[in-house]
Design a protein around this ligand. Structure first.
Ligand code: NAD
Length: 471
């Protein structure tokens, strides 16, 4: 696919792995490229390089760091066509979505680079002055998932870089390639050793969390791995952690919602990226007066959605990204159908190579069925009914997740009242999904720890220091 081999970026140099591993195109199910499999020694070299680079980078002004990050962003933009094609080929998402992800990647670098954390004077009483200032932490390990690999890796690193840290970035073994290309760009635009990229298996992630030379882990991924990251980070050197984890977002649709108007928005908030978005709608609670109408409208859109290879410009939904996830989602659908569920659309795999599942809308199930209780992270959506608002709120909140939620109604005020009762890091009215560099994002309960982006995100890559000074 790409003539140039994929390499690690260590201390500003392009470095081969001692061995490589195959990367599969999910639209075909076949290996199309090789990625370097970083060794523990290469992790040690990266940590040493990042520690050296940190000493210089932390002393630069915010304006200098911003300038370097803007140059980095410009170079990402300049390569957007090849990055987007590579992203579609390794991840599966439609090319239009891949182009958007590359654009947002550049924007994250630009928009997170505007932050400057100032000192806060806590006390000034004539005899002493107490000032709170913020220091960079050191070396940040950024560990990213496979659903939006480029933007999520960049989001972590942009926050870390502008606050004066150096970084080691590890993409998912399912989608390492665009991140490796990002490392090459960083190697040309940022000072040596400030930005290192290592691809490898899950064990590489584990080594990073254990490494005493890494001060903080910015992690985006599943709840199960997030818990392992936190345990390992604590056991090694009490690394700081930011955890952005999974969700099981509820959308509550009230009896006065205009179903035909909201159905397309609700559908795409659930099925975009074939449902592989942390903040996708994963459970719908529809008032019993409108539930049938809504489920039929969603199923109708599902049947008409064009599913296929994301490189085909007409395609709206690509494959599931990898075989284990494909098998897991098919298992959830099968289980729901065995337990009384009815598929109004889809219901199984498409008969073609690659990891394709027909967009599936399921009714007739409720809590106690895995598709409702677990995060499906695939193109299948359960639509359930409720009778009273108290019941809907109680059921929406009855989960160990708490990432996002939404309320849909013809009366925004009525919806807002319900929204305020939901336990989630982000709650929308008549919309669902979307993140921005200036708005903190994160989860209640097991959906995460800390908030990404905005000033809250930036400060989470810094240590607060109290200075007691003479007046
Ligand atoms: P995952 O947890 O399996 O893997 C995430 C990353 O962790 C990968 O790079 C993986 O190699 C690495 N890893 C695996 N084991 C590790 C270990 N023991 N120590 C350190 N690193 C390890 O997640 P995934 O399947 O790649 O991604 C899907 C999940 O990510 C979903 O649950 C989704 O909701 C979540 N997600 C959350 C957000 C958010 O912002 N909250 C955004 C996107 C995805």
């Amino acid at each position: 696919m790409s003539a140039q081999p994929f390499t690690l970026t260590i201390d500003g140099e392009q470095v081969a792995g001692e061995t490589t591993f195959g990367v599969v195109n999910p639209a075909t199910g076949s290996v199309f490229a090789q990625a370097p499999d970083a060794t523990r020694a290469q992790l040690d070299q990266s940590v040493a390089a990042a520690r050296r680079a940190f000493e210089g980078w932390k002393k630069t002004s915010v304006a200098q760091r911003r300038e370097a990050m803007l140059a980095f962003a410009n170079e990402v933009r300049a390569q957007s066509d090849s990055l987007a094609r590579l992203l579609t080929t390794e991840q599966g998402k439609p090319l239009s979505a891949a182009n958007r992800e590359v654009r947002v990647t550049a924007e994250r670098l630009e928009k997170l680079a505007v932050y400057e954390v100032g000192d806060e004077v806590l006390r000034s009483d004539g005899t002493s002055r107490v000032v709170l200032d913020y220091q960079p932490m050191g070396v940040v390990g950024a560990i990213a998932p496979w659903n939006s690999p480029l933007v999520l890796a960049t989001q972590i690193t942009a926050q870390a870089l502008i606050s004066g840290n150096s970084v080691i970035v590890k993409p998912s073994p399912f989608t390492p390639l665009t991140t490796l290309r990002l490392g090459e760009i960083a190697g040309r635009t940022l000072p040596r050793g400030v930005f290192n990229t290592l691809s490898g298996g899950n064990d590489l992630g584990q080594w990073m969390t254990e490494h005493p030379g890494i001060d903080k882990i910015g992690f985006v991924g599943s709840v199960a791995t997030g818990k392992r990251v936190m345990a390992s980070a604590a056991a090694s050197n009490l690394k700081r952690v930011s955890l952005e984890l999974g969700g099981n977002d509820a959308a509550i649709v009230l009896d006065d919602a205009d179903i035909d108007a909201i159905a397309p928005r609700l559908f795409w908030s659930a099925f975009v990226n074939s449902g592989q978005i942390c903040m996708a709608i994963k459970r719908v609670f529809a008032h019993e007066a409108i539930a049938e109408h809504l489920a039929a409208a969603l199923a109708d859109i599902a049947r008409r959605a064009k599913v296929g290879d994301g490189l085909d410009p007409d395609v709206e939904l690509g494959p599931v990204q990898n075989r284990p996830q494909y098998e897991r989602v098919l298992g959830l659908i099968e289980d729901a159908l065995v337990r009384g569920g009815r598929a109004l659309s889809g219901g199984g795999a498409l008969n073609r190579p690659g990891y394709f599942i027909a967009p599936t809308v399921i009714t007739g199930i409720r809590e106690g069925v895995r598709l409702v209780d677990e995060e499906q992270f695939g193109p299948v959506l359960p639509v359930m009914t409720f009778n009273t608002i108290d019941e809907a709120v109680q059921r929406a909140n009855a989960t160990r997740f708490g990432l996002g939620a939404s309320v849909w109604s013809g009366s925004p005020l009525r919806a807002a009242e319900v929204a305020c009762r939901l336990q989630a890091g982000t709650v929308w009215v008549n919309a669902h999904g979307g993140a921005a560099a200036d708005i903190p994002f994160g989860g209640f309960k097991e959906s995460g720890m800390g908030r990404a982006m905005g000033m809250m995100g930036i400060k989470s890559y810094m240590e607060a220091r109290v200075l007691h000074l003479p007046q």
